[in-house]
Design a protein around this ligand. Structure first.
Ligand code: AMP
Ligand code: DBH
Length: 554
């Protein structure tokens, strides 16, 4: 077999491709036009060379400077021996190096995996293992956590891992490299990789609802279509100043319209590592920020700050986007009516489909709906439990297929059989209704997932960890309503009783530590633990989570 054929094989391994007739359609309609993400940024940098692309603390980067650093970092990576198709896990806070690492890796055809700062070694080593990643790029410390310790854990577990690159200092630990002096790589260029825009560019991550988090392969073509269309819908332009306070690597932050939508239009990204109202309001004032995207929990916290006397920054923004979890109608109304905020609701998913309320929608639609799809070719079905389409207006399961929605998660054929219909619709796990105006309203969820302030917890993943504890017979993780976060998690635990058991409070602390030591992301640690003698069961003999949730409410 030729080298090229072998490479093609490697690049498509574990990927469910779009069927050829859909490819033709998406190309014919002009959605996919054959540009790679790397060429996309080069074009932005040429067009807006002197505009400020990123403000990161005291550091300002013009588009030209950012592109130069990207080129230099790409040279560094290729000198390290990395090649087209190699994977790299990037786990960085909101700093400029995130974009240099992301686009630098893409420049030589490496495939980044977008890990979030909250992930711990269970998730990170899973991402490395799944993709056979050779490189892991992390910060030294962030929010009191030392990522070098996490890296050490991953080095022990993951054979494929060749290098840990730390942005910051390597500390006392050996075996890490630190961020290179990029000026050494000036005036050098890498050879562009032999890749098309149809290939997978990088992996987004899914909150998922079963087991470990799933990897979402996004192609250059599909991702850039959603980015460009989003930038148009959100009417971004060269004067846009966007504050990035949610994690940069999240799909919402990157593409709805996010940093990439912003780069497409030549605007300026202001990075914040501190989500508090005090820190962000100061940045908004200082840099005359026009656009911000928040999850409902953060929007609520900022409203709280304003109601306690902070200046009303909501009226100073051109647009506040809120998404990631259901925004309460009352909070939406308060933002608009009391604080003169121009609100846009965003209902999206890293798997693809994104919906926006439009600026010219009626106020009541903006308050009470999650908007409408990006593309006329986003196919949307609302179905009953047997996949039969429901009449307009009824609540059912949301299925979707379209020009930027994946056809399968990476390398999990068994899982894909349930997560997608045979004709390629993604089962979102959301229960929705479409109103007379054609807007989607998210009414609930059929997937076994907790949405903790926008951070998704697959309950099964946490239960599997709990169930490994020698004293636990079985466990069930359920959501409980929370004023601030919308939902929090409560673990019901059936415990092997033993006369030497410590007090329930001690047990609770021990169990939370147990989950933490296992290496799960911090937001997955149960907020509350209840010990029970037995579980309630459904007629089918499954643990009755509905009954458990009702107990909690009672
Ligand atoms: P993920 O698949 O992990 O990217 O998470 C996407 C999921 O987040 C969606 O399927 C919804 O369950 C939830 N979600 C995102 N945005 C909203 C929103 N505006 N309202 C309600 N739920 C949302
Ligand atoms: O929650 C999400 O994953 C999400 C929310 C809004 C998303 O991926 C998006 C917009 O693109």
């Amino acid at each position: 077999m030729s080298e090229q054929t072998l490479l093609e094989q490697k690049l498509w391994e574990g990927i469910v491709q779009y069927p050829e007739d859909f490819v033709e359609k998406y190309i014919a309609k002009g959605y996919w036009f054959g540009q790679t993400l790397s060429d996309f940024f080069i074009e932005c940098a040429e067009k807006y060379a002197q505009n400020t692309a990123i403000i990161c603390g005291e550091r300002h980067f013009s588009y030209a400077q950012l592109q130069q650093h990207i080129d230099e970092f790409a040279v560094y990576l290729s000198k390290q021996g990395y090649q087209i198709g190699d994977s790299v896990v990037i786990q960085l806070p909101n700093i400029a190096e995130f974009f240099i690492a992301y686009f630098g890796a893409l420049r030589i055809g490496m495939r980044p995996i977008m890990s979030l700062p909250a992930h711990r070694h269970a998730e990170v080593s899973h991402f490395i293992g799944q993709t056979q990643a050779k490189l892991y790029i992390c910060a030294d410390r962030f929010m009191g956590f030392d990522y070098r310790k996490l890296a050490l854990e991953c080095k022990q577990r993951c054979e494929s891992l060749q290098q840990v690159l730390v942005v910051g200092t390597s500390g006392e630990l050996s075996g890490f490299t630190t961020w290179p002096d990029l000026s050494k790589y000036q005036q050098q260029r890498v050879v562009p990789p032999n890749l098309t825009a149809r290939h997978v560019a990088f992996f987004q991550l899914s909150g998922g609802s079963t087991g470990t988090p799933k990897l979402i392969p996004r192609t250059h073509d599909d991702y850039l279509y959603s980015v460009r269309a989003s930038a148009d819908i959100c009417e971004l332009n060269q004067t846009t100043k966007m504050l990035m306070v949610l994690p940069v690597a999240h799909n919402f932050s990157m593409s709805s319209a996010g940093s990439l939508g912003l780069f497409y239009t030549g605007g300026t990204l202001v990075l914040s590592q501190d989500p508090t109202a005090a820190a962000c309001f100061a940045l908004i004032k200082q840099h005359k920020v026009s656009h911000v995207a928040l999850v409902p929990a953060l929007a609520a916290a900022w409203v709280e700050a304003v109601s306690k006397g902070a200046e009303n920054i909501f009226s100073q923004l051109e647009v506040l986007q809120v998404g990631g979890a259901r925004l309460a109608d009352a909070l939406a109304r308060q933002l608009i009516e009391q604080y003169q905020c121009r609100l846009q609701q965003v209902f999206g998913m890293a798997e693809g489909l994104v919906n926006y309320t439009r600026y010219n929608d009626d106020i009541e639609q903006i308050i009470s709906t999650q908007g409408s799809r990006i593309s006329a070719d986003d196919e949307i079905k609302v179905v009953d439990d047997e996949d039969r389409e429901l009449p307009q207006g009824e609540v059912g399961h949301l299925l979707t297929r379209g020009p930027y929605t994946i056809r399968g998660y990476f390398n999990v054929p068994e899982h894909n059989r349930n997560a997608f219909t045979t004709d390629g619709f993604y089962r979102t796990g959301d229960l929705v209704r479409i109103n007379a105006e054609g807007n989607i309203i998210v009414e609930g969820r059929s997937k076994d997932q907790i949405n903790r302030g926008g951070e998704k917890i697959a309950t099964e993943e946490v239960e599997q960890v709990l169930n490994q504890h020698p004293q636990i017979i079985q466990s069930a993780l359920v959501s409980m309503p929370d004023q601030m976060l919308g939902e929090k998690s409560c673990a019901y635990i059936q415990w092997r009783t033993d006369t030497t058991d410590p007090s329930p409070t001690r047990l609770m602390m021990q169990l939370r530590q147990y989950v933490q030591h296992y290496g799960l992301a911090t937001y997955k640690i149960p907020d509350r633990i209840e010990f029970v003698e037995d579980m309630p069961y459904t007629a089918l003999g499954k643990i009755d989570k509905k009954a458990l949730r009702q107990r909690l409410v009672a």
